[in-house]
Write a protein that binds this ligand. Structure first.
Ligand code: ATP
Ligand code: MG
Length: 443
């Protein structure tokens, strides 16, 4: 857990130091919003000040010039780092957070360059007062995400703000203000003008944050989803067999699965929940009933494409693809040979896969038998039982006179399977078995 009190005390010290140096300083951004809302665990504290980066460096012992040319410094206090940003107006904004240049200005103008009214307030920690130039408090009361100033212009400055609007609306269960939503709809097709990396980062926040199901519905409603992830938009209207999917079409199922994610899910789990069935539209066939043969394999390939397009890190792409590809294997767990089951359980992604399987069931037929089976096995087996150290290795085969080649691996894996099956219980037995295999081979 973050040390909230420690963070607060450090931030107050920073504000006092700036003020003693003759500058204005306030808390700004998400923390103020969360405080006004009475949120139980408020966002990190950012500080906004009239001090220029050079002044900040002079006043504090430990600083890092993270975005110095834009007026953003990191100040370290009590082991915590704080963004201390000079009041600024952005000039020639390319991507919003990284304008071509900035001019330093006063608090009010700094509020006006921020994205939404709820994010545009300051807080004076010495007198405990909110400073609100943009009507943020009224919009918190009215539960509205509203652009500061002219929405069209604000989104044109930085299309990422369209995604931020969706994320904040979902997170707080707020509506997006009418004119703001209209401007998003009108500009939705321009979303890919911003870098894939920023889209990926913002979508990752949406998916791992509260109410990710609402985020995806809002993205669709605002006309953004088809430009971001057509693979997910295409799940709409894809009907499924009612006996397994009483909830509805594949999109409804996916959104419901997201609603069942645990708090703070891993990035891989959140993305896999969104993408696990994207292979369904392309594999749908109607035989005895509606079927989606091989949708897990097709879906894994499509997940790789989608995530690469968004420039997701390779490790995440691989993990999500493995999770999507494996998500149907849970159907077979109770019939697997012991060696197959143990190999299935010993994979690194199994915990997240099991969590995915659980929400996949709960957002459809509700049958948790296979989930419970795997849970029991995972807690019942000791780690060395699931993935024991092999009794025999290649060295033993060499000592038995075999030269390394394709047969090598086959024999070792056959003996290891017997070990996993608990049919050979010691190194001696394994050696004997291996011997037997070699003799048979020679005949
Ligand atoms: P979170 O709790 O998700 O951190 P936050 O509101 O603190 O929410 P940050 O991304 O940390 O969001 O940004 C801090 C503040 O900077 C915002 O509250 C907002 O005032 C401003 N801001 C951030 N991104 C933008 C943007 N793209 N355009 C305009 N203002 C922005
Ligand atoms: Mg923040």
């Amino acid at each position: 857990m973050r040390d909230t009190q420690g963070q607060y005390n450090s931030a107050v010290r920073i504000v006092k130091t700036l003020r003693n140096g003759g500058f204005e300083a306030f808390f700004a951004g998400g923390w103020v919003r969360d405080r006004v809302m009475g949120a139980p665990s408020p966002s990190d504290i950012d500080v906004a000040t009239s001090a220029a980066p050079a002044d900040v460096r002079r006043l504090f012992g430990r600083t890092v010039g993270v975005g110095e040319q834009f007026g953003v410094m990191l100040v370290l206090d009590g082991g915590i780092s704080f963004e201390v940003a000079t009041f600024r107006a952005d000039v020639g904004v390319g991507d919003g957070r990284h304008p071509e240049s900035v001019v330093y200005t006063d608090a009010e103008n700094d509020a006006l360059r921020r994205d939404f009214t709820v994010n545009g307030m300051f807080y004076d920690p010495e007198i405990g007062e909110v400073i609100d130039y943009v009507g943020g408090r009224a919009d918190i009361d009215g539960r509205l995400i509203k652009a500061i100033g002219d929405p069209e212009q604000r989104f044109r400055e930085d299309y990422l703000r369209m995604l931020r609007a969706v994320r904040f609306a979902a997170r707080f269960n707020f509506d997006i203000d009418g004119r703001t939503l209209e401007a998003i709809r009108a500009n939705a097709h321009r979303i890919n003008a911003i870098s894939a990396e920023r889209i990926y980062a913002e979508m990752s926040k949406m998916l791992t944050g509260p109410n990710s199901n609402t985020s995806i519905e809002l993205l669709h409603g605002a006309g953004l989803l088809k430009h971001l992830l057509p693979e997910v938009e295409n799940l709409r209207g894809v009907e499924q067999p009612a006996q397994f999917h009483p909830e509805g079409d594949v999109f409804v199922h996916t959104v419901k699965a997201l609603s069942l994610l645990p708090e703070n899910p891993s990035l891989a789990l959140a993305w896999a929940a969104l993408l696990h069935d994207i292979g369904k539209p392309a594999t749908k066939s109607v035989a005895d009933r509606i079927r989606f043969n091989n949708h897990n394999v097709v879906g894994a390939r499509m997940s790789i494409n989608a995530l690469k397009r968004l420039r997701a890190p390779n490790a995440l792409v691989d993990t999500v693809a493995a999770m999507v590809e494996n998500h149907m294997n849970f159907m077979n767990v109770s019939k697997m040979r012991l060696s197959t089951l143990k190999k299935f359980l010993s994979r690194e992604t199994i915990r997240d896969e099991l969590a995915l399987h659980r929400i996949d069931c709960l957002s459809s037929h509700g049958d948790l038998e296979n989930y419970r089976f795997v849970e029991e096995k995972l807690s019942g087996f000791k780690a060395e039982q699931i993935k024991p150290k092999p009794f025999v290795t290649g060295r033993d085969l060499i000592e038995l006179g075999l030269t390394p080649g394709p047969a090598f691996g086959r024999i070792l894996s056959a003996v290891y399977d017997l070990q996993l099956e608990e049919k050979v219980a010691s190194r001696e037995e394994a050696l004997k078995t291996m011997h037997g295999m070699l003799n048979n081979r020679d005949k």
